[in-house]
Design a binder for this molecule. Structure first.
Ligand SMILES: CC(C)(COP(=O)(O)OP(=O)(O)OC[C@H]1O[C@@H](n2cnc3c(N)ncnc32)[C@H](O)[C@@H]1OP(=O)(O)O)[C@@H](O)C(=O)NCCC(=O)NCCS
Length: 181
């Protein structure tokens, strides 16, 4: 269990999958994500079992009160270069813009740098996903550049912003840590 100020990150259980499927199939939630809805519970169970046997661990995000609101995890962990990308989904829409995403990412960054001893944590987000961009910058992510027409969605190509936090940034205290007491 990884504890933050607002959230805790815990292992995913089978019983979480029903909510995950609901979120992925909600167009408001999946709009900025690379899923291909509609997805079934069976699709999600396949993903879950694959994840359990992979290096790319995903955690459930729950509030300190125990409400499951999203998930967050690693994408493409590379031990040799000591780097990973991450992805996050706060699926409960009434939980958006309340600091949960910032806290969850801050907790995960601390784990990745201080426990797994990684050197680089990266991500991509749509250039139009202003909430996500703001959230990532609050967590200390730096914009590295725009990847033009990176993704095709809803009938058009969308630019992505590539961002990262390096260990040196983290150690310099650039990660604005909402979870450090
Ligand atoms: C993106 C996401 C992870 C952010 O998590 P969150 O808990 O909503 O974000 P936070 O509350 O920690 O931070 C959001 C910040 O963006 C701001 N914000 C919200 N909407 C905004 C907008 N349209 N333009 C600019 N800033 C905006 C918020 O005010 C807040 O900043 P503040 O604390 O300075 O006021 C979450 O909203 C989410 O999962 N959304 C759906 C799926 C998604 O987009 N995933 C990311 C794919 S890369």
């Amino acid at each position: 269990m990884l504890e933050g100020r607002l959230v805790r990150l815990r292992a995913i259980e089978n019983g979480d999958l029903l909510l995950f499927v609901k979120w992925i199939n909600d167009p408001d939630v999946s709009f900025f994500l690379q899923f291909e809805p509609p997805m079934s519970l069976e699709d999600e169970a396949t993903w879950y079992h694959h994840m359990l046997n992979s290096r790319d661990k995903v955690f459930a995000i729950e509030t300190r009160e125990g409400r499951l609101i999203g998930n967050i995890g690693l994408v493409g962990l590379d031990w040799r270069s000591r780097k990973t990308d991450i992805g996050i989904m706060i699926g409960e829409k009434d939980a958006w813009s309340q600091g949960y995403g910032t806290d969850a990412i801050t907790v995960l960054l601390r784990y990745l740098f201080e426990e797994l001893n990684l050197n680089r944590v990266g991500l991509y987000t749509d250039a139009t996903n202003l909430r996500a961009l703001r959230c990532y910058e609050k967590c200390g992510f730096v914009r590295e550049g725009v990847v033009r027409q990176h993704r095709f969605s809803n009938g058009r190509y969308i630019d992505s912003v590539q961002m990262s936090v390096l260990r040196q940034d983290w150690e310099a205290g650039k990660g604005i840590s909402s979870s450090d007491q």
